[in-house]
Design a protein around this ligand. Structure first.
Ligand code: HEC
Length: 438
């Protein structure tokens, strides 16, 4: 027999084993309540969430942690109506503040994440402290997300320190940069432009992706390109199309000066590029080992190969490389045929961002997009200002413009093999020229 009593005087007595009850409670919170919480007429459900949380806070640490994290995600994503957040804050605030004030409580950090998300000063203080502690990069990232969601004024200073801390993982840096995309402040551009030269080749494109999501940051980005601090080829055609679409006179002018005009739809001349590149590659020997590095920098932002890279486009270990001509067509004329399930979307968020990505979910309540670099963006429907299907592939065409002929030759020497370079039984794709080491 288990007896549970909540701080609000509600008692549950039941004959299940505790863990089963908690599973039911957490399932309720995880699956049912968030939906009902978002629905318009669900005022009483704040009550049931509060009651459930009250119960688990007393009884089961792991379940309590999960429940707190679900609520935190909703508050951070602004997927709950404001008045509902306010009533949760009113009902739960005091209880959570006690936990946050208690150094010895093992739920302190999780409770602080939630109270920080609704802007509580003590929660923010604990979260800032955790962000700077090098306990685990996972915890640092969770803390950093909370700071961004709360628009904390220390965000930029903390981001700078986290990006340049010792033994920092490229994946952590990438996640941190993607999270900064939600921090609507001009200082993000200054920070990222200062960091880009120091970032590794596979992380720098993530900063470019974020900078090209808002007019606020694309202006400074174009200025840095005009001043030759950042190479003009750092932007791929998706990013160029996005920046070119911003209705801002200064951006339009600078963009034209650097890039001229950019095509919206598929370029009908891409087939010619395919023939031309086939000839060029036949006459330019490439090194597959160098090519792997080119792949990591450009292609791994969206593709996995041999188990490495982001999961946005198809895994090309086995797909799209049946023979040499097919590979070249796929890379040089990607919008000729767009595979089913790979129709890209362009989405304008009410906070000023424009995102390009592939849909993972398109429900009545929210859209989830996979973005170049691998980040999944969850956008509640009521924050979407414009949503359309792109007529071109998310796979950028004109990739050859981002690379030197030698880098291209190296990349294709790498892609021409059916196994990683150096594997003793790696075979050449049908029709591919023999690789040669430079
Ligand atoms: C911004 C994301 C993105 C980048 C960067 C990117 N791709 Fe793609 N790629 C895609 C998507 C999405 C598809 C599938 C869409 C389609 O069929 O048009 C695709 C399709 C492909 C295919 C065909 C796969 C199949 O299943 O038929 C190949 C091969 C490929 N890409 C190679 C590359 C190479 C090589 C690079 C680097 C030079 C690269 N891609 C860079 C997103 C990307």
């Amino acid at each position: 027999m288990v007896e549970l009593s909540s701080g609000r005087g509600i008692r549950l007595v039941c004959g299940f084993r505790g863990s089963i009850l908690f599973a039911i409670l957490s399932a309720l919170l995880l699956f049912a309540s968030p939906f009902r919480l978002v629905a318009d007429d669900a005022a009483p459900d704040v009550d049931s969430v509060v009651t459930l949380l009250d119960l688990v806070l007393d009884a089961d640490e792991n379940t309590a942690r999960k429940c707190l994290n679900v609520l935190t995600t909703h508050v951070q994503n602004r997927s709950l109506p404001d008045e509902r957040v306010q009533s949760l804050k009113k009902e739960l605030g005091e209880r959570l503040n006690e936990i946050v004030a208690d150094d010895a409580n093992s739920l302190r950090f999780d409770a602080a994440l939630l109270t920080a998300a609704w802007g509580d000063a003590n929660g923010l203080k604990v979260v800032r402290g955790e962000a700077m502690k090098a306990t685990s990069q996972e915890q640092q990232l969770a803390a950093f997300q909370a700071l961004v969601a709360a628009k904390d004024k220390e965000t930029i200073a903390i981001a700078r320190r986290l990006l340049s801390q010792e033994k920092v993982e490229p994946e952590f840096q990438g996640n941190l940069i993607a999270t900064l995309g939600r921090y609507v402040d001009p200082s993000v551009a200054a920070l990222l432009l200062e960091q880009i030269p120091k970032l590794s080749p596979d992380v720098a494109p993530k900063a470019i992706e974020v900078l090209s999501q808002r007019p606020l940051w694309s202006g400074p980005l174009l200025k840095a390109i005009a001043a030759k601090q950042i190479p003009a080829e750092s932007l791929n055609v998706n990013q160029l199309r996005r920046v070119a679409s911003f209705q801002d006179e200064a951006i339009q002018k600078q963009f034209k000066e650097i890039y001229g005009t950019i095509r919206e739809g598929r370029n009908p001349n891409r087939e010619q590029v395919f023939y031309k590149m086939r000839d060029v590659l036949k006459g330019t020997p490439g090194d597959p080992v160098q090519g792997q590095a080119v792949f990591t920098k450009i292609c791994a932002q969206c593709h996995k190969i041999y188990g490495e890279g982001a999961d946005v486009g198809p895994d090309i270990t086995r797909n799209g490389r049946n023979n040499w001509d097919q590979l070249l067509m796929n890379v040089f004329d990607p919008s000729a045929v767009i595979g089913p399930g790979y129709q890209a979307r362009i989405l304008a968020v009410d906070d000023g961002r424009v995102l390009t990505g592939l849909p993972v979910e398109e429900s009545d309540t929210q859209v989830i997009l996979k973005i170049q670099g691998g980040k999944r963006e969850i956008i509640p429907r009521d924050q979407i200002e414009e949503y359309k299907t792109s007529e071109v592939s998310l796979m950028p065409d004109e990739l050859e413009k981002q690379l030197t002929p030698q880098q291209l030759a190296d990349l294709f020497a790498f892609l021409a093999l059916d196994q990683p370079p150096g594997s003793p039984d790696a075979k050449l794709l049908n029709g591919a020229p023999e690789p040669q080491t430079r």
